[in-house]
Design a protein around this ligand. Structure first.
Ligand SMILES: *Cc1c(COP(=O)(O)O)cnc(C)c1O
Length: 376
């Protein structure tokens, strides 16, 4: 048999790869919704690569829409934003590798300090003057200075400020219960924040910019707003309090890479957990749990193909999922939408979270590095 007689379908070069598309217009609209709920300064929190949407992309859109500050967890993330030309103040608060005061100062990044030891270590570094925010524990017990040590922290900060080693520009707390959308649940944290402000004032630190609320507090409880609110999830369309309709800011698509017509009684995937109950068509998408598709999920999990929703059939593999398209057979290369803001048959991130028994944040931050990124 000659090679030329074998018809090899040409396809791989023509397929559009799995893509996570970020929609900056949604970020713009979400900042406008937040602005409708508060007069305080808005900090756009873009940690974890902008909740998986691209930190620089989300930051640019948020700042253009009126956010006055940016927030990250590390100096490295903040430096990347500076490198992209963002000039608004940036606060970083977790410091996974400790704070390099020199780098922070060079990038003009504010640093939150959550303990006496942390501040002591900063002051011990020979570095230019740093702008700091005192991070006080307002009920999270997760970072933040415990109340019993506030006076010590504030005293050390004042001495550092007198020695021109630091400037205390902010005071930060965090709300553990704001997702309940019940102001009563936030009351003790609000009282703690006021007490911390008062302690700073009495110690001669003046009135640093106070900030306590994240997305849910911002959307549901004005008493938590203080001088600034820190909004992350809300930028990308997630309201953890589930009280406000925001705009989904990403769309995950993948091409069909393989199809098959199968008989009733066909087992699909590892373990044969899904058995077709009729003759049907199967389509394979090149996305699996390594790409962020949750392996644990309810049977109704599905994707959109040409305006209709079809279920995921059988187990999610590392690199692929199978879709049961029933009577319909789609050509290889047809695009499927795993999630997006489009409505209709297209699943939302919130639906995927429900199917997987998790929160939307883990869906959007979990999309793996093999998925191509694009900006709409
Ligand atoms: C992540 C984070 C935020 C933003 O929270 P969202 O609910 O995503 O708006 C605010 N503050 C701190 C300290 C955070 O870690």
């Amino acid at each position: 048999m000659s090679r030329a007689s074998v018809a090899v379908p040409r396809r791989s070069g023509a397929l559009r790869p799995p893509t996570l598309q970020t929609l900056p217009v949604a970020v713009t609209a979400n900042v406008a919704k937040v602005r409708g709920r508060t007069r305080s300064t808005i900090m756009a929190v873009v940690k974890a690569d902008g909740y998986g949407h691209g930190a620089v992309t989300v930051a640019r859109a948020a700042v253009a829409a009126g956010a006055g500050w940016l927030g990250t967890t590390s100096v490295a993330e903040a430096s990347a934003l500076r490198g992209a030309g963002l000039t608004v103040p940036i606060l970083t608060w977790l410091h996974p590798g400790g704070v390099d005061a020199e780098t922070a100062a060079a990038a003009r990044v504010d640093v939150a300090v959550g303990s006496v030891d942390e501040l002591g270590a900063l002051l011990a570094q020979a570095a230019p003057m740093l702008r700091i925010h005192l991070h006080v524990d307002t009920g999270m017990s997760r970072g933040g200075c415990p109340r019993a040590q506030w006076d010590e922290l504030i005293g050390l900060a004042r001495r550092g400020q007198q020695a021109r080693r630091v400037r205390v520009v902010g005071m930060m707390g965090h709300l553990p219960l704001a997702d309940r959308a019940d102001p009563a649940a936030n009351a003790s944290a609000v009282a703690d924040m006021r007490a911390a402000q008062q302690a700073a004032r009495l110690a001669g630190l003046g009135s640093p910019l106070a900030h306590l609320a994240a997305t849910s507090g911002t959307l549901t409880d004005p008493a938590t707003h203080f001088g600034m609110v820190r909004v992350g999830a809300g930028l990308v369309g997630i309201d953890p309090s589930e009280t406000v309709e925001l705009h989904g800011a990403s769309r995950l698509t993948a091409p069909i890479v393989h199809t098959a017509a199968v008989e009733a009684g066909t087992a699909v995937g590892y373990g044969g957990t899904y058995v077709t109950d009729r003759a049907t068509h199967l389509s394979v998408l090149p996305l699996g749990y390594a790409d962020g598709i949750p392996r644990e999920r309810l049977p109704q999990a599905g994707v959109e193909i040409l305006g209709r929703r079809f279920p995921v059939a059988g187990r999610v593999s590392m690199d692929q999922i199978v879709i049961d398209t029933g009577a319909l057979s789609f050509p290889v290369g047809t695009s499927a939408t795993v999630f997006g803001p489009d409505g209709g048959a297209t699943p939302t991130v919130q639906e995927w979270a429900r199917w997987a028994g998790t929160i939307p944040h883990t869906i959007v931050t979990g999309i793996g590095p093999r998925v191509k990124r694009s900006i709409a």
